[in-house]
Design a protein around this ligand. Structure first.
Ligand code: G4P
Length: 191
């Protein structure tokens, strides 16, 4: 999506010598609502034929984009919660996700009533790095007996493993901007 690439070039800041892209001015802290509405419309266009019944993301930064996509597709957006929640009643689907960025494991949960057999689920997230968050969401979708129709990502870091691994397992991954390389001298996108 050319408008997203231009926005990244205009407003993105490269940190940690090229391993982290800061996009807090429109995606991760302040939200550019009009722009996210445009991204949501693009996601809806890409998955228009896929009979999506639900959007699924993980809190926190994925939520804004999930809402934009859900509004454009006219379906609910569900966010998996990262809180440690008691599952004594068995009312939750839960799975453990490993974050390489933070070098930690965390549990994500969704209440069973919000992910159902027969749901056709589109995963939406702001970043795709190592792909572990999305693998966790795929696990929740499988536990529910629902179907994953694909993943729509705003920014894929193409130099990390996630995109390749998820596509290799047969998931349709649509990233609106794929960063091939970034360092202090700039950003190169994959087309
Ligand atoms: P993975 O899910 O793809 O395996 O990624 P990883 O664990 O490495 O990423 C951990 C967190 O860092 C995720 O957010 C992810 O969206 C975010 N992230 C990864 N690379 C970048 C980057 O270059 N720039 C920015 N801005 N974020 C990045 P999270 O910890 O779940 O936090 P939240 O913001 O969604 O609450």
């Amino acid at each position: 999506m050319k408008a997203l690439e231009e926005k990244i070039l205009r407003e993105g800041k490269i940190l940690n010598g090229g391993s982290v892209l800061r996009v807090s001015s429109f995606l991760n802290h302040q939200i550019d609502c009009d722009f996210l509405t445009e991204i949501g419309a693009e996601i809806a266009r890409l998955f228009a034929e896929d009979h999506v019944t639900k959007i699924l993301t993980v809190e926190a930064s994925g939520i804004a984009l999930a809402v934009a996509a859900g509004a454009a597709l006219h379906v609910p957006a569900v966010f998996a919660k990262k809180h440690k929640t008691s599952n004594l009643s068995g009312a939750l689907y839960q799975t453990v996700v490993h974050s390489f960025t933070h070098n930690t494991d965390y549990t994500v949960t969704v209440e069973r009533e919000y992910l159902c057999p027969g749901d056709r689920v589109l995963i939406v997230d702001d970043f795709l790095a190592n792909g572990k968050a999305i693998e966790g969401l795929l696990d929740l979708i499988a536990q529910a007996g629902a179907e994953a129709v694909g993943a729509a990502i705003a920014i894929e870091k193409g130099f990390q493993e996630g995109g390749r691994t998820l596509r290799a397992r047969g998931l349709r991954v649509e990233s609106l901007a794929i960063i091939e390389r970034m360092d202090e001298s700039g950003i190169t996108f994959r087309h």
